[in-house]
Ligand binder design. Structure first.
Ligand SMILES: Cc1cc2nc3c(=O)[nH]c(=O)nc-3n(C[C@H](O)[C@H](O)[C@H](O)COP(=O)(O)O)c2cc1C
Length: 263
């Protein structure tokens, strides 16, 4: 991938600083939703998942289980459940990232203990673990020339996903993950100005509206360019659609049914 610095403003506080290949790659990330048909070889998947395993993990709990889904029918079913996201079926590989306390329960019992289920803290630990693991996989995959796309859409119907993948109690699917050889080269999506997300000493959001307004403008242009003028949206409109309504309200009941009772 050739490096196109999408955030030149970063240089202003780092005079003369050249980004290194790792930071250049990180800042060049963009989700890939079109793939060539080429299957990702097992050896590459092993390497990528091994990189995921090396992420920091809370108290060494290692609460991530990854399921590679190869079966075409299962992938079609997951794609449908996720809201007809075709790339679940066309990516060179599809992984399901699961938060897994079933293994910790087993280890606890093998060690002679009795598992205490349902703690909110354990739920947070397991979910954070999965996110760190997966993001390591994302970075590893991109460094190998692959593209990726997270699939949170699987939480539209997480019970069906559990059924399809035979997930036991104390395990829940956090997100799916497409990876494969890119058949597109989209622009990097702009992010909020650094001043909005990086604060000094304490929380201050008085000037955030200016930064958000500037970002609205920038991302509106990005959508216009990317879609040939058909998508007219911006960040505040997206947030209105996202957090201005109830979001997957079935999740609480679902998590409870998996043993994540949030005590
Ligand atoms: C946890 C998570 C779930 C996501 N779920 C989906 C999804 O279901 N479908 C999709 O097309 N993109 C999904 N995305 C990708 C985001 O839309 C994307 O990362 C975001 O718009 C920023 O764009 P970029 O990744 O190209 O920089 C997801 C990303 C994350 C982190």
């Amino acid at each position: 991938m050739t490096f196109r610095d999408p955030f030149p403003q970063l240089k202003t506080r780092l005079k003369g600083y050249q980004m290194n290949p790792v930071t250049q790659q990180l800042i060049s990330h963009r989700s890939i939703r079109k793939y060539t048909g080429k299957v990702v070889p097992d050896g590459l998947i092993d390497e990528i998942v091994r990189c995921g395993q090396s992420a920091a993990t809370s108290s060494n709990v290692q609460a991530t289980t990854v399921i590679r889904v190869r079966d075409a029918q299962t992938r079609r079913e997951i794609a449908r459940l996720a809201g007809d996201q075709e790339y679940v079926t066309t990516a060179g590989a599809f992984l399901m990232f699961c938060a897994d306390l079933n293994r910790s329960r087993r280890a606890c019992e093998m060690g002679g203990g009795r598992f205490v289920a349902g703690m909110t803290e354990q739920f947070i630990i397991a979910t954070v673990d999965v996110a760190l693991f997966a993001q390591n996989c994302a970075v590893a995959a991109e460094s190998l020339g692959l593209g990726i796309c997270y699939i949170g859409g699987i939480r539209n119907d997480p019970e069906q996903v559990c059924r399809l993948l035979a997930l036991p109690d104390q395990v829940y699917p956090v997100f799916g993950f497409c990876l494969g050889y890119p058949a597109q080269d989209p622009e990097v999506k702009p992010r909020l100005p650094l001043s909005v997300v990086l604060k000094e000493e304490r929380y201050r959001d008085l000037k955030d509206p200016e930064g958000i307004a500037a970002y609205d403008e920038q991302i509106r242009n990005y959508y216009q360019t990317r879609t040939g003028g058909t998508k007219d949206s911006c960040w505040t409109m997206e947030m209105k659609a996202l957090v201005g309504k109830e979001s997957r309200p079935h999740m609480r009941k679902f998590l409870k049914s998996r043993g994540f009772t949030m005590r």
